[in-house]
Design a protein around this ligand. Sequence first.
Ligand SMILES: CC(=O)SCCNC(=O)CCNC(=O)[C@H](O)C(C)(C)COP(=O)(O)OP(=O)(O)OC[C@H]1O[C@@H](n2cnc3c(N)ncnc32)[C@H](O)[C@@H]1OP(=O)(O)O
Length: 458
Amino acid sequence: MTEPKKEIIEDENHGISKKIPTDPRQYEKVTEGCRLLVMMASQEEERWAEVISRCRAANGSIKFYVHYIDCNRRLDEWVQSDRLNLASCELPKKGGKKGAHLREENRDSNENEGKKSGRKRKIPLLPMDDLKAESVDPLQAISTMTSGSTPSLRGSMSMVGHSEDAMTRIRNVECIELGRSRIQPWYFAPYPQQLTSLDCIYICEFCLKYLKSKTCLKRHMEKCAMCHPPGNQIYSHDKLSFFEIDGRKNKSYAQNLCLLAKLFLDHKTLYYDTDPFLFYVLTEEDEKGHHIVGYFSKEKESAEEYNVACILVLPPFQKKGYGSLLIEFSYELSKIEQKTGSPEKPLSDLGLLSYRSYWSMAIMKELFAFKRRHPGEDITVQDISQSTSIKREDVVSTLQQLDLYKYYKGSYIIVISDEKRQVYEKRIEAAKKKTRINPAALQWRPKEYGKKRAQIMF
Ligand SMILES: CC(=O)SCCNC(=O)CCNC(=O)[C@H](O)C(C)(C)COP(=O)(O)OP(=O)(O)OC[C@H]1O[C@@H](n2cnc3c(N)ncnc32)[C@H](O)[C@@H]1OP(=O)(O)O
């Protein structure tokens, strides 16, 4: 058998000779788990990537779903074969599982942080919404998704051990329409299969029910009586509101919210059971109603002192300060509870950026305020933790990250250089222009969920 002819092209940028095969059979060797250089659409440069899946299009050409090494999975994409650099192709290790490369890869230090703690972030989830009218069976999607996993007795459906399945690693929803926005999802979410094959899933922005067409959505909107999330409006200030939703009392809304959130949150443990969670939904008000911007969920009781389980700002509203606002709100709740709290680990890359930014500002503000209130006195990590409600470990890690925590004569002290002080004074001044939580507009009292008497059954 003769080798198919190859054209050799010198790639000036990367110094790699790119062999463009004239025979499409060459692509047959590029299977799941192979690593190779791929031209990344958004960057216009080649990056190492792992092939997660491949499929043949109607015209016979092959498409590949690739994960760029050391990049977040939201950048994963389907690419045509002409974007692959075949000369660089490394086959998966013999004897290893498909995709062995990826498992060995230190993909995300935040992720490892979570593994150390031995827990995965939880997202209570089940798309049980009644789609009967649209003749779609959501449970079929779940059974397809979880083939082999049996729900536990408490009704939770942990996806631990399934999260790395090839299927759940591939973004399965092309587009969603929510209110005025069309949004391209980032990650897999177990919407019913009948919907994921469509170009777009239409979501009612008030009840979050998902529908298969614009017509179905219009019909639904004529009937849907909601113009804000369910639950109690616990905060209202300058057109921004927070609604507190009990995952037990408003199960359908909570499940639809989690399903929507999964499109933008990676590495989740999916639960049937939304009962143990409260959801705090941030909305913007106009003449039509309260439109969802983002949310965070919180366990009613958290042994680990987590004050946030999952946090999300919908992509059209991101990078406008709403993430900081949600985080600030979560700590305002903790202050009322007279507790310290921390977000559940692992944090995503964007979650870590947002928390680091919030923690540094909150801690610096506290340090300056303390200095003004008590000149000449010393402040402890415990003091900072108590007044900000930021958990001790997060205070210490932030001080270390800012390089303010120094070991001196047998103990730790906080040292702020003049330069750093000036930088933060300017940042704090600039932040005054940003939207902040007004604690006076928060009408909330914590419920004591753990204090109910348990029924003993013999
Ligand atoms: C506990 C957990 O659930 S961890 C998971 C966190 N959630 C996710 O990853 C879901 C997808 N991502 C998101 O929903 C959002 O990106 C969030 C919630 C993390 C942040 O929300 P945003 O509204 O974008 O944050 P916001 O605009 O308030 O910015 C907060 C800080 O993070 C930084 N930041 C936010 N997004 C980015 C970004 N894409 N690139 C660089 N910096 C960013 C901002 O610069 C800002 O810092 P600064 O105040 O020092 O300038």
